[in-house]
Design a protein. Sequence first.
Length: 274
Amino acid sequence: MATLNLKGKLLDLSTPIVMGILNITPDSFFDGGSHEAVSDALRQTERMLEEGATIIDVGGMSSRPGAKLIDTEKESNRVLPVVSAIASRFPEAIISVDTVKAQVADLAIQSGAHLINDISCGTIDEELWPTIARHNVPYVLMHMQGKPNTMQKNPTYKEVELEILDFFVQQTASASSAGIQQLIIDPGFGFGKTIQHNYKLLKDLHIFNVLDFPVLVGLSRKSMIYKVLETTSKEALNGTTALHMVALQQGAKILRAHDVKEATETIKLWECLK
């Protein structure tokens, strides 16, 4: 599936791209509170597009470890004005919305979003999959053991990469049966995994290529980097770039990143290595 159709826009994934992270939350682990105002969100969007982002991923609810779900009205009030403003100001932009809720997804698509990025793989809101199918937009389904508020309480696997592969075999088949025609898979680094699980998963990321769906990776500034380096998320850019190169070598097609310029440069260098 090298090309996705996003409400008339074609997204070519034959070569890797960058998804720029736009958190409009007060409590996200790295940049919470930085882009809550629509004007700030637009400035950040412009910057990420200039630096090479293909997709802007708008998130109105933090999914950091320990985070709790927020109500639909609060999330909608954060997300919808920003999506509408980006669609109006930057009509060339491809907009993703990071949500687990059907109503938020529905309204966001009506406001100009082109795809939905769901950390829950449809397990939190049973109406989400029918909503995606009805709108016929691409859908990112992610693996998470547990839920954000519990996922890091003793995550356990026998063979992490094989269990997640089996999960995707089942869930992509179920999503397809539900009428979702365009799928992207995200192994969910940091979502119900120990540091050791995360690195084993990254080392064996290539096994997901057998599914013939684009693989998205979200490694940017996560604790699997800064805890190993004994630093903080603010000092984890160099480590992020190093792991982005590994992910590309393992077949990743989408890098979800806070730092678009550096991720874009990594892709350019990887293409030279090829």
